[in-house]
Every structure is written in C-alpha cells, then in structure tokens.
Design a protein around this ligand. Structure first.
Ligand code: ARG
Length: 402
C-alpha cells in the first residue's frame, strides 16, 4: 500500500510543487489539506493546482470560527503581544492548522504529515512542535529544509509536472495572512533602513479617504461580541473591524523581531481589527480588574506571547495560563468607544456594569464619600521605613554610592 501523507496546502506554487514531489519521491498518496483562516486565497486556482499536482484528495476546512474563538480571542484575553507589539498573526494559525493536520491524518489513516516551511523560520517550529504534541506517533516531514530547490528549480519542476506557474504580478514579498492580520517580509524590507514600500499594505488605508469616525465595541466576559451595538460572531466582528479601522491607516507595525531560530528579521504587520480589540480590551480591564490582579496579568501576558510565538501553544504552561486569563475575563462586561482619526485610534469612553470605578469615591464634588481623615495615618506608616532610614543614616539623596 502506498504511503499516505497529509500536506498543509496553501495552493501556492511552492506547496503545489511539494505535493507533486512527495507523490513522486515518497511514492505517496498526498492528501492536500487547506484551511480557511480568513486569508486572501484564489480558491479556484487552489483547486486547479491541487489537481495538476495529482493529489489523492483535497480537503478544505473553513476554520474561521474556530480560529477566532479558540486562538485569536484567547490571545486577546491574554493581552499577548510578542515583543510588546506583534499580535501573533501567523503564530496563532499554525497550531490550529497542525491540529487539523493531525485530525485529517487520523481520518485517512495517514503515516505522516508534511509542511512546506524552510529551515529559517518560526513556522517549521510551530508545525512540528504542535503536531508532535498532539500525535507523537506521527512522522512529520519537512522536505523544503533539505531538498535544496532554488526558485528556478521549483519553476522548472512545476513546468515538467504540468503545474501552472501563472506568476501573479511578481511582488517580491513573502506574505502570510489570516483574519487576525497580515505579515509581510522580504523584498525591500530586508534593508532595515528602507521605509516600508506602499504596495505591501492591503488591509490598511486602501483608499485615500483617511476615514475618521467612532466605533463602540461591546464585550461579554472578556469576549468582544458587538460592534456599534450589533451582535455578531467573532470572525465577522474581526473582519468588520478591519474594514472600519483599516481605512484610517492605523494598525500597522514595522519591526525587527527575534525569531526562535536565532535570526533577527524585519517584519511589517497590519492588524487594524486585532489591534483595535487590544486597545478596547485594555480600557475595559482598567475599569474592571483589581489592581494586584491587573499587575499579575501584565506580568503573565509576555509569557503567553512568548509560548505562542515559540510554537508551544499545546503546552501545559500555555494551558494553565489560559485558565488564569479566563478567570480574569469573568468580570469583563462592558463597552468601549474608540475614536478613529487618520493614523490614530484611541479610546474616549468606557462603561461597565461591574466597573470598580466608584463615582462617590473618585469625585471631588459634594457627593464625595472618601474618608479623607484615614489618609494621614496611612501615608505616615507607608513612608515610615524610609523616614527612619533617613533619620538614622541621612536622606536617600545623600546615600552611600555618591
Ligand atoms: N514573523 C512572523 C512570525 O513568525 C510572521 C511570519 C509569517 N511569514 C511571512 N511570510 N511573513 O509569526
């Protein structure tokens, strides 16, 4: 019986060549698996190329809901931004794709799963670590790491095997996208001094209108559930937000980041919807989370981001952190209003039924219920240790190391 391999298939030239190569070299039946996570895809071309590459089967899964609910929103709950900025667009889709690869392998009784990542990136790490965590018995193949094909070799291989090349107006970038955002690298971006060329963007500022406006995002137990009062499922809400916020030009990142494999790489991102959600969530947290809880949360967010970035989504620590963030979410109901201006988005209103903001404690008006007299003793004791130190050893500003 021929070996069966489940291949993560994008419909691009490289994975199409890989499908044909696995069929030929491994004498395998290739099951091409394509996952819709909201990326821009030419589905007709994907079907055509899968056929040309003679895959044994093509399976397409619309995973937009699962991706939004179980991956994007968890990351949002955790306030996870890699290196303080990147909302983990690609890093989030890989574990989901891996999960579906494993499920498909079991469904077809496959011997192995395969991906088309190179040896330089993070995505190989994420696919392999996730697949092995979920199915330690499955073999994971990564032929692109070793086959040594140049771009020209791939084209020649495609031509020889009847796979249509139809280069779309050759953009020199490497792009990965899904409904959470877009990641762009290579081309002119490889010179870190070059400003990002205009043609890399597509979610942000599509026209020149530089839209302005206001949006209201509603949350229930930490989950964004409505936009301008209209309740919608998460994936639709994210897509609607991209459309509203993107035209203002806000939601772009240009950064040099640390890959897991030790390389620094220049990446540009656009994630107007996702970043607007982070902005709104943070406002709601400031209203509803108790001070110590919010400090602890801020300590744990980078850890969650790091684990996700490093391919450790299916790890006990990531799952335990998830439980912590879910606990915080329980009190996060409310609405946040965000003002949109050209290149700028900021919160200018927030309200929450379980807000800890207490008007009577906060106000300077007559309704004030704060017990001002309590403060004198509190402040004296708060500063007592430093006061004693100063009395005995001289004030801090005349300390020993001066
Ligand atoms: N650097 C990002 C990450 O590792 C994005 C990589 C996605 N690939 C791309 N072709 N831009 O998550």
């Amino acid at each position: 019986m021929a070996k069966k391999i489940v291949l993560a298939y994008s419909g691009g030239l490289d994975t199409s060549v890989l499908a044909a190569w696995l069929r030929e070299t491994e004498k395998a039946d290739v099951i091409a698996l394509s996952i819709d996570v909201g990326q821009e895809t030419d589905w007709d071309r994907l079907h055509r190329r899968a056929k040309e590459a003679q895959v044994a089967d093509l399976k397409i899964v619309d995973a937009r809901e699962e991706f939004s609910n179980d991956f994007c929103l968890k990351c949002l709950s955790a306030g996870a931004l890699y290196e303080n900025r990147y909302p983990l667009v690609s890093a989030l889709s890989r574990p989901l794709i891996s999960k579906l690869m494993v499920e498909t392998a079991r469904e077809y009784g496959a011997d192995a799963v395969a991906h088309g990542c190179t040896g330089k990136g993070n995505d190989q790490v994420r696919f392999e670590v996730s697949c092995r965590a979920l199915a330690p018995e499955l073999e994971v193949l990564a032929p692109v790491r070793t086959w040594g094909f140049t771009r020209a070799d791939s084209m020649a291989y495609a031509e020889k095997h009847g796979i249509s090349i139809e280069q779309s107006k050759a953009k020199p970038y490497s792009i990965d996208d899904n409904l959470w955002g877009r990641a762009i690298e290579c081309g002119a971006l490889e010179d870190t001094w070059n400003p990002p060329p205009n043609d890399i963007w597509s979610l942000t500022e599509k026209d020149d209108s530089k839209a302005t406006g206001e949006i209201v995002i509603g949350f229930e137990r930490g989950r964004p559930v409505s936009l301008d009062g209209k309740i919608m499922p998460a994936h639709e809400l994210i897509e609607a937000l991209n459309k509203k916020v993107g035209p203002t030009g806000w939601g772009r990142l240009d950064m040099v980041e640390n890959r897991r494999v030790g390389i620094k790489s220049r990446e540009c991102y656009e994630a107007p919807g996702a970043l607007a959600l982070y902005l709104a969530r943070a406002e709601l947290e400031s209203m509803c989370l108790e001070r110590d809880l919010s400090v602890a949360r801020r300590d744990l967010s980078p850890k969650f981001a790091q684990l996700t970035y490093d391919g450790l989504w299916f790890s006990p620590l990531r799952e335990a952190l998830d439980a912590f963030f879910a606990n915080c979410d329980a009190v996060l109901d409310g609405e946040v209003r965000i003002a949109l201006e050209p290149g700028r988005a900021y919160a200018n209103g927030r309200r929450a039924p379980r807000s800890l903001y207490d008007y009577e404690l906060a106000t300077y008006e007559a309704e004030d219920t704060f017990r001002h007299t309590d403060s004198a003793g509190f402040v004296r004791l708060w500063g007592l240790a430093t006061q004693v130190w100063s009395m005995k050893q001289g004030p801090a500003s005349r300390g020993r190391n001066q």
